[in-house]
Design a protein around this ligand. Structure first.
Ligand SMILES: *[C@@H]1O[C@H](CO)[C@@H](O)[C@H](O)[C@H]1NC(C)=O
Ligand SMILES: *[C@@H]1O[C@H](CO)[C@@H](O)[C@H](O)[C@H]1NC(C)=O
Ligand SMILES: *[C@@H]1O[C@H](CO)[C@@H](O)[C@H](O)[C@H]1NC(C)=O
Length: 430
């Protein structure tokens, strides 16, 4: 009787440990010396994951330093545990290996969303349970070989792009010197991004921290971002999916964005807490809570089109609705423009022709927003479109000063039903 129990216990222990298989790039020939090209070994390790039973988690552990070309996750239940340093091949070599051909020109880390059939659910996800964890660093190599592409128009990869995945977790690691955006979440569901760091120089172009394109139920918290473009942004997806999205329903996630909670973030030097730029589509239900944003450090590229604060922006001739957005408990220290609604967003060089439509901005709340801006006067700018006025905008418990402790002003254009409590500062349009 006793023995039988033990056997059962052993069996259970065995089953639990079998549910995770750990592999290392070294098992597949990686040198992990930080100088050799380990692309093939890392790809082989991921291929070995693909042959495991579906319910087994495959954990690829990076304990040393590796250089690699694009890393593509091919199956659900895959974890990248980065304790050492995982870096992209330098631009020159990256191109040489892949001959700069388009399909191999992918993001550094991405998933192959090719097997959408298997996981069809109401959200159209294709894979599930993808994680990036660990205490190490994921970075480019020689980022200044990539960043000038902003001006010469050569192609630049994002650091991480996940597409149509149910349950992504990212935690622990540091993302450093992305050539382009750091983390892009496209149409993912139940994403949990928490307790990690993103860092790039304030002057680095387009190093967005985390972008949510579409998706549902995303939470991002306890993250510190130093960078040169949006700290975080939420954008609709599907504007090219004209079959489905010609008349987008608010709830069809293939045509919309939103349903994101951001909590406890620090954003230094970048372009702010953004919704948009909207071209076509809806963004609904986004909450920002407990955030510190700073600006004005050396190299920061904050300006009127990149204010560094709370900002909702749409391109000329846009369509769609931005609604149910709340910015709560936010402190600003010297960002160029703490609060902005911008119905005509078209930073230089502006390539989007003006038309006669604009996305509607409605039900947007600013609650307990404190601190100071960087300009001598304007701290709140509501520049809504003449084609679609902003409605139901609320400011509560706002206390913002301009530079050098000067009184902060507020600009208002094309805004209907603006509600401000009397104690807020500023509390009237000027
Ligand atoms: C808003 O988004 C959050 C986070 O995704 C979600 O939990 C909540 O259900 C959403 N609320 C509505 C009304 O859709
Ligand atoms: C907020 O995030 C920081 C890391 O960015 C963390 O150290 C701190 O504990 C978090 N605060 C709470 C209340 O979770
Ligand atoms: C504005 O958008 C509409 C369709 O939404 C299009 O027909 C029109 O040509 C656009 N205007 C300009 C100036 O691009």
């Amino acid at each position: 009787m006793h023995l039988k129990c033990l056997a059962t216990t052993l069996l259970i222990v065995h089953c639990i440990s079998a549910a995770t298989v750990t592999v290392k790039p070294e098992d597949f020939g990686a040198l992990g010396d930080g100088k050799s090209d380990d692309t093939v070994a890392i790809a082989s390790a991921l291929d070995s994951c693909a042959s495991l039973p579906d319910d087994t988690e495959c954990r690829l552990v990076f304990d040393s330093s590796y250089l690699s070309g694009p890393i593509v996750l091919k199956r659900s239940k895959t974890t990248l545990e980065v304790n050492g340093h995982l870096a992209m091949l330098p631009r020159r070599k990256y191109c040489k290996i892949n001959s700069c051909s388009e399909p191999l020109h992918g993001s550094f880390i991405s998933n192959d969303a090719g097997d959408c059939e298997t996981l069809a659910d109401e959200y159209h996800t294709c894979m599930s349970d993808i994680k990036i964890v660990g205490e190490g660093t994921i970075s480019s190599t020689n980022p200044w070989q990539w960043w000038p592409c902003k001006y010469t128009n050569c192609w630049r990869p994002h650091l991480v792009v996940f597409n149509s995945i149910k349950h992504v977790e990212i935690t622990g690691v540091t993302f450093k010197d992305a050539p382009n955006h750091n983390i892009e979440m496209d149409s993912c569901v139940t994403s949990r991004l928490h307790d990690f760091v993103i860092t790039a120089p304030y002057i680095s172009p387009n190093t967005d921290g985390v972008n949510f394109y579409g998706g549902f139920d995303s939470v991002m918290e306890n993250v510190v971002i130093d960078n040169g473009d949006d700290c975080v942004s939420v954008v609709p997806i599907g504007e090219t999916n004209s079959d489905v999205c010609a008349h987008p329903e608010l709830e069809d996630i293939r045509c919309s964005g939103g349903h994101v909670v951001f909590r406890n973030l620090t954003c230094n030097g970048g372009h702010g807490l953004s919704i948009g730029g909207i071209r076509h589509g809806n963004v609904r239900n986004v909450t920002f809570d407990n955030i510190l944003a700073t600006g004005g450090q050396k190299g920061s590229t904050q300006d009127e089109a990149a204010g560094g604060g709370c900002r909702v922006k749409s391109y000329p001739n846009s369509t769609g609705i931005v609604s149910d957005i709340s910015y709560n408990n936010i402190e600003f220290q010297g960002v160029y423009l703490p609060i902005q609604l911008l119905g005509h967003y078209c930073p230089w060089p502006c390539n989007t022709p003006d038309g006669e439509s604009a996305a509607l901005f409605t039900n947007i709340k600013f609650n307990n927003i404190r601190g100071y801006g960087k300009q001598r006067n304007t701290v709140v700018e509501f520049k809504c479109s003449e084609y679609e006025h902003c409605t139901d905008i609320v400011m509560q418990d706002v206390s913002l000063k301009a530079r050098d402790d000067a009184e902060g002003h507020m600009t208002c254009e094309n805004i209907d039903s603006l509600e401000i409590d009397v104690d807020s500062l500023p509390n009237q349009c000027s």
